[in-house]
Design a protein around this ligand. Structure first.
Ligand code: FES
Ligand SMILES: [Fe+2]
Length: 349
């Protein structure tokens, strides 16, 4: 790998990117209860209207800045708890109790789009929101895959640190030594990295089913068959990273048969410059009915992600408090993360 200058790479100080779709919350978090969430330094109120549509409005009464999320949701909209001004689901004022005239509110409504377990929000330039730009994931097909949806996670660190963590296969046997239990052979397998436009894919391959069997459902068995195990991920957008572990059986001629495995969808949404929201779900195309396995998988993966969460808070804290002169060194396994950081740096204003 060529030596690189850190100035070429995005870091915790790189300006946030607004013109992208981000996940605002899990679909289950959008209810008839008002919820505050800060996204890209903008405080929002999130809820559902009477028809069940997810709504994201600026969380700030236009009168004297009382938080709408701390107000009351009524039929037709939110009534501010401070002086009773009412807003409809578009953020327009429909009632001012002490006068007849309703002024223009200026409260922003942000476009949302619900897909599977997630609700996306567009925080960018008005009129530029295009749902076709939401990164396509094959696992959106809810009928053919079983989805294990993780809980909401708050990260006390920049989303760049989290993206780098997700692009980094080398930390798995160390930070997650007691959760993911990867075989030591995994560490040594070479990493392939490919950049296509503003996306980066990376993966490792292994062939020994006996080593891999403990990490899969007990009823999956490829003993005696030639397989390729492909483990890796893809940085897709500032909001999206995807991981996967796929077993690809080979026929007698070495042709690849249909894959069996799982994808992990990671959604990263900056809260502020130094913190982010993190949502994840796993989709698998095997043992669809085994709900006990789903629950065990959820617990195991969440405990691994809790370790990432702790590590990222420690990194952010180190960047903020330590005054040593400092320059990052690079190691071979960094490449996917380095390419991702170059891309984000190139997109930043
Ligand atoms: S602050 Fe909301 S009505 Fe006055
Ligand atoms: Fe991790």
């Amino acid at each position: 790998m060529k030596p690189y200058c850190n100035d070429d790479l995005a870091d915790i100080n790189t300006p946030l990117l607004y013109d992208y779709w981000y996940v605002a919350g899990l679909a289950t978090e959008f209810t008839r209860e008002l919820r505050e969430r800060t996204i890209l330094n903008r405080s929002l109120v999130l809820y559902r209207d009477e028809e069940g549509n997810p709504i994201a409005l600026q969380n700030r009464c236009a009168h004297r800045s009382f938080p709408l999320a701390s107000s009351n949701l009524e039929q037709g909209g939110i009534r501010c708890k401070y002086h009773g001004i009412k807003y409809n689901h578009d953020g327009e004022i429909t009632d001012v109790p002490c006068q007849d005239k309703c002024p223009k509110s200026g409260i922003k409504k942000y476009p949302t789009c619900e897909i599977g377990p997630c609700v996306w929000v567009w925080m960018g330039e008005e009129g530029k929101a295009d749902e076709a730009d939401i990164p396509e994931l094959p696992i959106h097909d809810m009928d053919k895959w079983v989805h294990v949806v993780g809980k909401y996670n708050h990260m006390a660190g920049s989303y760049i640190l989290l993206h780098e963590n997700l692009c980094d296969l080398s930390h798995l046997p160390f930070l997650h030594a007691d959760t993911f239990n990867m075989p030591k052979e995994y560490t040594a397998a070479p990493i392939e990295v490919e950049q296509t436009g503003n996306r980066v894919t990376f993966y490792r391959k292994m062939k020994d089913w006996a080593l891999l069997k403990p990490f899969f459902h007990p009823k999956l068995d490829f003993t005696g068959q030639n397989i390729i195990y492909k483990s890796g991920g893809e940085y897709m957008s500032p909001a999206t990273n995807k991981g996967y572990g796929l077993i690809i059986p080979l026929d007698d001629d070495g042709n690849e048969k249909a894959e069996v495995g799982h994808y992990i969808s990671h959604y990263l949404t900056p809260e502020t410059q130094g913190s982010c929201h993190y949502f994840w779900y796993i989709a698998r195309n095997y043992q669809l009915e085994d709900t006990t396995y789903s629950e065990a998988q959820k617990q195991m993966v969440q405990s691994g992600f809790d370790q990432d969460c702790e590590a990222i808070a420690l990194l952010q804290n180190m960047f903020e408090k330590d005054g040593h002169d400092y320059r990052e060194i690079g190691i071979k396994a960094d490449k996917p993360g380095v390419v991702m950081r170059k891309i984000i740096k190139g997109l930043a204003p």
